[in-house]
Write a new protein. Structure first.
Length: 256
């Protein structure tokens, strides 16, 4: 006789699970970003004269650099697979629970593009204002060498960032906090502040901008229960930032 032992998930178990998932992913990034901004603030020279570089080269040898870039993208997505795997213990398909399926491609693309425009245009204005006030580091969205694989890798990095952030910080976190009976206001604030905190290495303007983005995205998810439009929106924003910086004249970005 086979006896199946299954313990129901308690509040403590769900809380511990959530902390572990965040600790292995963007919660860890938030801690490092906090240390980074403290280091910048206590270094010689103002914050505006320091640099925050994204998508940096990992090796002077092009093929080895490409290998590192692709490995970084793949392994960065493992916490997403872990979160989906853990949600599979709940009733229903976890992809449907998160709204991370392809049931509504046209609607998801349209909503994602709309969200990208809603966030992107005011975001540019906020970055410009932060640069004028000196509360941001100088941002370098792409610091890869000019090689045949640079643009494809930047696009893959944009997709990776989007999937990781939106699935973990919105889909998974909001779902678990609702199961823990948190108030809606506390859920939205936690998701938004976490998003802002792991961007602190860029400066305080980036923190504020990403908190606002987090509020909009988490409210959207609570209303629609679909994370796919958020992934689309975030991907569009990052592709424009990364690829645009890599291909357009650098003097266009002096204001960053």
């Amino acid at each position: 006789m086979t006896v199946e032992l299954q313990r129901p998930a308690t509040r403590r178990m769900l809380g511990t699970e959530t902390l572990l998932v965040l600790g292995l992913s963007l919660g860890q990034s938030a801690v490092y970003a906090t240390v980074s901004i403290i280091a910048k603030l206590t270094a010689d020279g103002p914050l505006s004269k320091q640099t925050a570089a994204l998508n940096t080269s990992a090796s002077p040898r092009p093929w080895l650099d490409l290998t590192y870039q692709l490995l970084g993208i793949v392994f960065a997505l493992l916490p997403v697979l872990l979160a989906v795997h853990l949600l599979a213990r709940d009733p229903g398909d976890p992809a449907r629970t998160l709204g991370l399926d392809a049931r509504r491609p046209g609607q998801d693309l349209a909503r994602g593009a709309g969200l990208a425009a809603l966030i992107g245009l005011p975001g540019l204005a906020l970055f410009w204002a932060a640069a004028q006030l000196g509360v941001n580091a100088t941002l370098v969205p792409a610091a890869l060498p000019e090689l045949w694989w640079t643009v494809p890798v930047l696009i893959l990095a944009a997709v990776q960032n989007s999937v990781l952030e939106e699935v973990i910080v919105v889909g998974y976190l909001v779902t678990r906090l609702r199961q823990l009976n948190w108030r809606i206001g506390a859920i939205v604030a936690t998701s938004a502040l976490l998003r802002g905190s792991y961007h602190l290495y860029q400066g305080f303007g980036a923190f504020v901008g990403n908190v606002v983005m987090g509020v909009v995205f988490s409210l959207f998810y609570l209303r629609t229960r679909r994370v796919m439009p958020l992934v689309v929106a975030h991907t569009l924003l990052d592709v424009v930032a990364f690829v645009g910086y890599a291909l357009l004249p650098r003097e266009w970005f002096d204001w960053l």
